[in-house]
Ligand binder design. Structure first.
Ligand code: G3P
Length: 218
């Protein structure tokens, strides 16, 4: 399973990029709005200069025509820009058109198997089931990922699952076990994935034991 970061914050992206574990970035209108005084298209352009991978930028238009126009404009920023399109009837029409033009799309706000089946049939390169938001309403977000992975595997579809709305490290490990191709992970969760108290204690002990050991260069 590959890892994307789910943020529009440039410093967070730069930090995790240095770890060498990032394959892409996802943003959404809420994440862009959290970054004060920025221009959407400029943020996306800057992200493409930091991460060499799929960068999802979401459209906000309501009609297929609006989404297609926005999608073309966003994709013109950089070939790695993937157009995030909401799971609506108009969104499906936009996905079909954009994919036909060679522009990759990510169908977002997926909460059911049937929505994903529609997105796959419309030609979406990625589908984004929202795990945390399903858990929030008492449904099982990971189970949706498992079902989608089994359908995609069974029929040999090319569409990739991006496990989204990840809230904690357990979601990442469960998404991997459920067969997600990608998990898009918030910065805070990346940091939580690194940490283990036994690692900290182990390093401390090794350094203490090693004190006073002779080295070639003094
Ligand atoms: O990028 C979409 C998704 O990851 C949003 O997550 O935490 O707002 O449900 P959340």
């Amino acid at each position: 399973m590959k890892l994307f970061i789910d943020t529009a914050n440039i410093e967070e992206i730069k930090d995790v990029e240095r770890w060498g574990v990032l394959s892409g970035v996802t943003t959404n209108p809420s994440l862009i709005a959290k970054e004060k005084d920025v221009v959407f298209e400029e943020v996306i352009r800057e992200i493409t200069s930091i991460v060499d991978g799929a960068i999802s930028a979401e459209v906000t238009g309501e009609t297929a025509e609006e989404m297609i126009a926005e999608g073309r404009a966003l994709h013109s920023i950089h070939e790695n820009v993937v157009i995030k399109v909401p799971m609506t009837k108009e969104g499906l029409i936009a996905i079909r058109e954009l994919e036909g033009e060679g522009i990759a799309t990510n169908c977002t706000l997926i909460f059911s198997v049937n929505q994903a089946i529609l997105a796959i049939q419309s030609g979406a390169s990625y589908v984004s089931p929202f795990i945390g938001r399903l858990d929030d309403i008492g449904s099982d977000g990971i189970e949706l990922v498992r079902e989608l992975a089994s359908i995609i595997e069974h029929y040999g579809y090319d569409t990739k699952i991006i496990a989204a709305s990840i809230r904690h490290p357990l979601h990442v490990q469960q998404a991997a076990l459920a067969g997600a191709h990608i998990a898009t992970v918030p910065y805070k969760v990346f940091q939580q994935m690194l940490a283990h108290p036994l690692t900290d204690r182990g390093i401390e002990q090794f350094n203490k034991d090693f004190e006073g050991t002779k080295r070639i260069n003094g």
